[in-house]
Design a binder for this molecule. Structure first.
Ligand code: 5AD
Length: 341
């Protein structure tokens, strides 16, 4: 299997599904070569410094019923919370003090957060001059537009899986609607992040390869892969964890295909294996998210599982040091160009 040539254009070289599957299943020396290539691409494109972002999980109410997530609307075993603007701004000042340039506001798909955000976003810009990253689910285009007008910079909406029937079975809504949201966000000028989960039922190597092809079509500014984590009080609680190596290989492929993109090493990797986030950085990732959600709310934000790994600033700094990397000084947005393959 030859390495991707960074100089070749997409017209001259299309990546095939079978080639992607070979990379996805790489083991041993081949896997090490894949990771080495990912790190080299990251270095060559000046994307080596690790970007820190501070997340506040502002609400665990959700309209959706995704089978993998305990925040699903029908789960009555979860205490619900929603943070008020004052509390969010208080925490934002801690993020600013920690010299973290990006505030990441995440919630379940909760329309009642909209008015809170309309109040908070302008203040985040005015008081703290933070880059504002949102991850709030599928919303009407007008709501995305309003947030953008108020100063929101970027938005993460993962497609989770590229297989429409798998998506529908798991999320009970159409994949097309989600893809339309992603398109709207791009049209509105957001920097957009997307990506997949590895280890969902009925996923195959074929659909995982198609996930990567879908990401290529979307051309996101950030892209992520997270291993599936079985979560209590969900229909998927008895399933196995997603495969760590498949996830790391996906991340490395993303790095090679999106050389200067932001790629997070997600906390779910650490949940699966101690040192998992270090493995993610070694596979080409360049983002760590530090959790600033008030401790009382954290366990209610049952995104991966109640016993999820909560990333502290110390853990992030230690991981960056072990990877032999530096923290990005200031956040200079990477251009959203993917090197053609
Ligand atoms: N396992 C893996 N990834 C998950 N996410 C949410 N719950 C899980 C889980 N149980 C990811 C999804 C979602 C993002 C916010 O977190 O990709 O889009």
């Amino acid at each position: 299997m030859e390495a991707y040539q960074l100089t070749e254009s997409r017209e001259t070289r299309q990546i095939s599904k079978s080639e992607l599957i070979q990379w996805l299943t790489a083991e041993g020396e081949l896997q090490q070569a894949l990771f080495e290539q990912a790190r080299q691409v990251r270095r060559v494109h000046g994307a080596d410094a690790v970007v820190l972002r501070g997340v506040i999980e502002i609400s665990n109410y959700c309209q959706k019923n995704c089978d993998y997530c305990a925040m699903r609307a029908v789960n009555k075993n979860l205490d619900r919370y929603r943070l008020l603007p004052e509390r969010i701004l208080e925490i934002a000042s801690q993020i600013k003090e920690a010299n973290i340039p990006i505030i990441f506001l995440q919630s379940g798909q909760d329309p009642q957060c909209d008015s809170i955000l309309e109040e908070v976003i302008p203040e985040l810009k005015k008081q703290f001059d933070l880059s504002v990253l949102l991850c709030l689910g599928e919303k009407p285009r007008e709501v995305y537009q309003k947030f953008a007008q108020l100063g929101a910079d970027s938005y993460i909406l993962k497609f989770e899986t590229s297989a429409p029937e798998v998506y529908r079975q798991i999320a009970h809504t159409p994949l097309l609607r989600r893809l339309q949201c992603i398109r709207s966000l791009q049209e509105l000028g957001y920097r957009v992040g997307t990506g997949n989960i590895v280890g969902l039922p009925n996923q195959t190597l074929d659909t995982l390869a198609e996930d990567i092809l879908l990401a290529l079509e979307i051309q996101p500014d950030f892209v992520s892969s997270s291993p599936f984590i079985p979560n209590q009080d969900t229909p998927f609680e008895k399933l196995d964890f997603g495969d760590l190596n498949l996830t790391l290989n996906t991340m490395a492929i993303y790095r090679i295909l999106f050389p200067s993109a932001l790629i997070p090493s997600v906390s779910a990797l650490e949940k699966i294996q101690k040192g998992g986030q270090l493995m993610g950085l070694n596979a080409g990732a360049n983002v760590l998210t530090i959790n600033f959600t008030p401790s009382k709310c954290r366990e209610k934000y049952a995104i991966y599982s109640k016993q999820r790994f909560v990333v502290s600033l110390d853990h992030a700094l230690g991981t960056i040091e072990q990877a032999g990397l530096k923290i990005a000084n200031t956040f200079s947005p990477h251009p959203s160009v993917a090197v053609p393959i």
